[in-house]
Ligand binder design. Sequence first.
Ligand SMILES: O=C(O)CCC(=O)C(=O)O
Ligand SMILES: [Fe+2]
Length: 268
Amino acid sequence: MPAEQKAAVRRDEVAPLGYYESEHTKNVRDWKEVFDFVPREPPPPAAVADGELVFENKWPQGLPGFRVAMEEYAKAMEELALKLLELIARSLGLRPDRLNGFFKDDDQTTFLRLNHYPPCPSPELVLGVTRHKDAGALTILYQDDVGGLDVRRRSDGEWVRVRPVPGSFVINVGDVIQVWSNDRYESAEHRASVNSHEQRFSLPYFFNPGGDVMVEPLEELVSDDSPPRYEPYNWGVFFRTKRSSNFKKLAVENLQIAHFRKDLNSIA
Ligand SMILES: O=C(O)CCC(=O)C(=O)O
Ligand SMILES: [Fe+2]
């Protein structure tokens, strides 16, 4: 797509959806360009107060069919995400619909991203996305057949390539499920490598709770023997803070769930 068409849908600090080419992960610039959109647009605030974000999709001109295809894709992803949520609830011994209430239609912060990693002349010097864990509940990732997604193996800390399998999705558990499950699930650390000869595309669907949800270990999963390992935190505040520190390129350590982890030695 020509640069001026990309510029017309560029995201900015108050309107964070659309095209962006200088994202930082953990304060390091990623070798990628992205396009972000939400499956359902909330009504824009009547008057935009200071610090309030406008989640309005910016669809590029001159790409017939793009918007319809993306909206259909988002719908299919939501169906899949709700099924996965039910399976995760069951796996934790909870009612199948136990987690659904955190994902109300009108208050979700779920979004989709198109990642494009252009070929890079020095792929050993940069990453497409620096190592990170996804902060939300679940990520459903489609990747093309080029390959570049690496996941950190827990047993030895080695980076392992997640080989593309045609017609499949990669499912990442995010930090929110780690906290809800009081560490029974662990959010997976991953990164995207780039290469010198081929561009790569990936499409994550970030399934995130409502902006007013307080995230904390679920009461059914804590007990005297297994006390909560995290302090409650407000998901909306957490999400907005992470986004704006990224936008401002603040040279501070990124906000992480580790900041809400309790010092278990102090729990008698
Ligand atoms: O491109 C990939 O395979 C991973 C992308 C990713 O981790 C992200 O966008 O959060
Ligand atoms: Fe990720």
